[in-house]
Design a protein around this ligand. Structure first.
Ligand code: ACO
Length: 327
């Protein structure tokens, strides 16, 4: 049986910065409240002409370069997103066209903030089964377009960005993706959703007027479930694979809230020095947050050959998942 290894990472963050002080001018909030409750200081916003596939393209080119391969060498493109260019076609197909990766399969995955781990699991399964050898896995979000800039309970949290990895077949079974765990609980779909724009409630004058095309979240309930669920997920992931917390070199969590991340690290018994954090600069970029943080960790030399690292996420669906990797 084959193993899959990440051979290149890349990311792209839009230039425009929106600080907490900028938000103070838009909604009734304060820099102090946002920093204390979330750990976020600023986030990025895509330029008006940029859509999810544009961010994805830049992150993908960086990942391909790092892996030392060309787009024509790929067998499959997966894009995790909840803010794709259009409802139809998939952002993965638009990205495939922009990369000139002719006729290879391409599709999107929607698992909100857990999207990148879900996509990584699909890619890993194709590689383990011997179907494909080289897969581009991307998380790309332009959440600013589905954010209600009049709603202080959500607009302070979200940001735009993209991250990508190249996953390749390997015969070395001591390295690569060791275990991925995926979970969902659809009974709590309404904790985090965009009410209109789909087949349940198509766009109309009423949906636009009532701001129903934007993300709605019951933050406090989501927070409590996230803390409880992630604590169990990360401890189960290590235990099931016979790995002690001391052996984990780096935890790369979905960047939703500093308090959720700190509680998860505490439950694992690891210090924050072994946790990758960048939400102070980018906020919650949903499916893009883990590949952006992973790319940053790789480029800063925080991951060395042979290190055990763990990715974990929780988000809309509800969905949650973890990936244990030996670098
Ligand atoms: N500025 C000032 N006050 C605010 C703001 C704001 N931006 N937002 C809310 N408040 C107020 C509330 O109205 C409330 O006031 P009240 O006590 O008078 O009613 C008070 O602050 C406390 O609100 P809570 O919602 O209880 O605050 P909490 O400590 O839960 O923090 C937060 C809110 C940051 C949203 C937190 O609940 C959270 O991080 N939730 C989880 C988010 C998450 O992980 N989502 C999943 C991934 S996202 C995705 O999939 C796209």
């Amino acid at each position: 049986m084959y193993r899959s290894r990440i051979t290149g990472t890349g990311s792209y963050i839009p230039e425009k910065i929106i600080t907490n002080f900028d938000l103070e001018k838009m909604v009734e909030t304060s820099d102090e409240w946002i920093r204390e409750r979330t750990g976020i200081r600023e986030r990025r916003m895509a330029a008006p002409e940029e859509a999810a596939s544009d961010l994805a393209l830049k992150a993908s080119k960086a990942a391909l370069k790092a892996a030392g391969i060309k787009a024509k060498d790929l067998d499959l493109i997966l894009v995790a997103t909840v803010s794709g260019d259009m409802i139809l076609p998939s952002t993965a197909c638009i990205l495939q066209h922009k990369l000139k990766a002719k006729h290879i399969a391409a599709f999107d995955i929607n698992a909100a903030c857990s999207g990148f781990i879900y996509a990584l699991s699909v890619a890993d399964s194709y590689i383990r089964a011997g179907i494909y050898q080289r897969i581009l896995v991307v998380g790309s979000e332009v959440l600013s377009r589905i954010t209600d800039w009049q709603d202080r309970t959500t607009c302070v949290l979200l940001g735009d960005g993209a991250g990508a990895v190249v996953l390749e077949r390997s015969n070395d079974d001591s390295r690569g993706i060791i275990d991925i765990k995926l979970h969902a609980d659809g009974s709590m779909w309404d904790l985090l959703h965009v009410p209109a724009g789909g087949s349940r409630m198509p766009a109309s004058e009423k949906t636009v007027k009532e701001r129903m095309h934007y993300i709605r979240m019951r933050g406090n309930e989501t927070f409590k479930i996230a803390v409880r669920t992630l604590a169990k997920l990360v401890t189960d992931t290590l235990k099931d694979n016979g790995i002690e917390p001391e052996e984990l070199a780096l935890l790369i969590p979905h960047q939703a809230n500093h308090r959720i991340i700190a509680a998860t690290a505490k439950r694992l018994g690891i210090g924050l020095d072994r946790v990758m954090l960048n939400l102070d600069r980018y906020g919650n970029t949903s499916a893009a947050s883990i590949p952006i943080a992973l790319d940053e960790a790789v480029r800063k030399g925080r991951i060395k050959d042979g290190d055990y690292i763990m990715l974990e996420a929780f988000g809309g669906g509800l969905t949650w998942g973890s990936a244990l990797i030996r670098w």
